[in-house]
Design a binder for this molecule. Sequence first.
Ligand code: C2E
Ligand code: MG
Ligand code: MG
Ligand code: MG
Length: 285
Amino acid sequence: AARKLAKGNRKSTLFFYNASLHQQLMLVKELELSMLSSLQNGNFMIFLQPKYKLSGRTIEGAEALVRWDHPNLGFLLPADFIPHLEKNRFILDLDFYVFEKICLLLKTWIAGHKPVIPISVNFSRLHLLTRDFTARLISIMQSYGIPPNLLEIELTESAFIDQSVDLLKVAYSLKKQGMTISMDDFGSGYSSLLALKDLPVDVLKLDKGFFSKGLITNKDEIIIRGFVKMAKQLHLRVVSEGIETAKQADFLEEIGCDLAQGYYFSKPLPVRGFEALLANELLTS
Ligand code: C2E
Ligand code: MG
Ligand code: MG
Ligand code: MG
């Protein structure tokens, strides 16, 4: 299990970048030929990464992150396949598959009187161009009997800029249902400050790029402080991603960031490992 875990967390395989053009075409073909059977055979796996409350350092939620245990190519990370599955639109099915698995997991936790925490699921921006996105989300949630406050929808920052009109409708109807919406990778792309003004977003996820070099420079500090302060005044919760050191965690706690996620706390874990972590935390706290 430890080996599998290590594999599941290594950086990208990057084989697309090292391959010749011909090899790349073959690899894309291979992904295409196997995606449907992989979905049916359970080769798409869900890992969970905990989100920690900075004051108290307890687990408050988790994010679902997909991996592809490919029958011929080995263990693939999202960077290897998501761009291709967006191109051929299979991501629309994969995201709902992940969402449904998460609903099933929550249902199992609830039924088994296990500890239950909210889980966020990432959705491609392509969903915003489809007509039945919210209706489908709501119908799956209801068919598993999951309280909406246990489900969070993560959309990346760029999604909030590209299709602002549709997004407003989507965001309002999810919010009306009681689901949480978070803006992922905040600060990584174009300024989405204007979008923030009008959108019913609940959570800002500060992009891991702010923390990528381990230390926080003076300039980083000014920007992070500013974002956190602004978010607080807009009554948004702030999650910092990619936290790798105690120093970063302490700084974020000091400036009032609510939650943090990153290798310092825990890598994304297979579901069983995550459940063990959660149970252990409750035992020791
Ligand atoms: P994201 O949603 O911003 O997820 C955070 C990424 O940062 C994850 O990469 C996670 O493993 C990684 N990470 C967590 N802690 C640390 C840390 O301390 N340091 C560093 N350097 N990285 C950390 P992952 O799992 O490879 O996923 C990459 C992206 O793929 C995600 O970024 C998300 O945009 C996308 N993705 C993952 N699962 C899904 C999915 O089911 N559907 C869709 N549409 N996109 C997904
Ligand atoms: Mg995310
Ligand atoms: Mg992110
Ligand atoms: Mg990201």
